[in-house]
Design a protein around this ligand. Structure first.
Ligand SMILES: Cc1cc2nc3c(=O)[nH]c(=O)nc-3n(C[C@H](O)[C@H](O)[C@H](O)COP(=O)(O)O)c2cc1C
Length: 197
């Protein structure tokens, strides 16, 4: 059974593979996936994944390898779109990967683009917000911003892949993070089996 609407934010932090692997699953699990990408996200994803991703003429298949008509790319500057308003019902938002800049803006309520505004809305409406930060090492400002997000109700799920399942590829490694994001959203996942007693 497919879930309803999901909002996905992608920033210019390293780890575009997490976004790619998450979107692959999300497009199968949700009937509508609203994607918001920062300008820097396009650049970093193109570099890391070896594909030419552009906002103009964006095609999901270029990135995901299959046509996903339920994946809609929104303009990051257009506030006249559903996730900018609390009246739009959805199952939550995932920011994957999340840069420290975006984490800081969300933590301080600086809704200066559609991504940060949508995250702000999630928090005020008490909807699930899963933030997947990636940086190392972290300074005190970054750590405090992540703590502020957690205090405000977000799930801070760092991009720390698990090795105990002995992943055989980069995709399998990235999927250990994707599995936890899905679990945080309350979705059954069969990517990584539960650790048995
Ligand atoms: C190749 C590359 C990798 C980057 N990796 C990270 C990262 O892991 N974490 C981070 O916070 N910023 C990273 N940055 C810097 C962000 O892209 C930069 O702070 C940008 O302003 C983030 O903007 P956004 O949050 O609007 O996407 C990286 C930049 C480049 C070019």
């Amino acid at each position: 059974m497919r879930h309803g609407n999901l909002v996905v934010g992608v920033t210019g932090a390293s780890g575009a593979i997490y976004a790619q692997r998450f979107l692959l699953r999300a497009c199968r699990l949700w009937s509508r996936v609203l994607l918001i990408m920062s300008d820097q996200a396009f650049q970093v994803a193109s570099t890391e994944l070896g594909v030419r991703l552009l906002r103009e003429g964006f095609s999901p298949s270029e990135w995901l390898g299959f046509d996903a008509p339920n994946l809609e790319l929104l303009s990051s500057r257009d506030y006249f779109t559903p996730p900018a308003s609390g009246s739009f019902r959805h199952d939550g938002m995932v920011v994957i990967p999340c840069s420290m800049g975006t984490a800081g803006r969300i933590a301080h309520g600086i809704s200066d683009d559609l991504l940060t505004r949508s995250a702000d809305v999630c928090l005020k409406e008490k909807r699930p917000l899963v933030v997947v930060p990636r940086e190392m090492p972290m300074n005190l400002i970054m750590l405090r911003n992540l703590a502020t997000l957690a205090e405000a109700g977000a799930t801070v799920l760092p991009a720390c892949p698990a090795w105990y399942g002995v992943p055989q590829s980069l995709e399998e490694l990235a999927d250990t993070v994707v599995a936890r994001v899905l679990q945080s959203l309350g979705v059954e996942q069969d990517i990584v089996p539960q650790w048995a007693d």
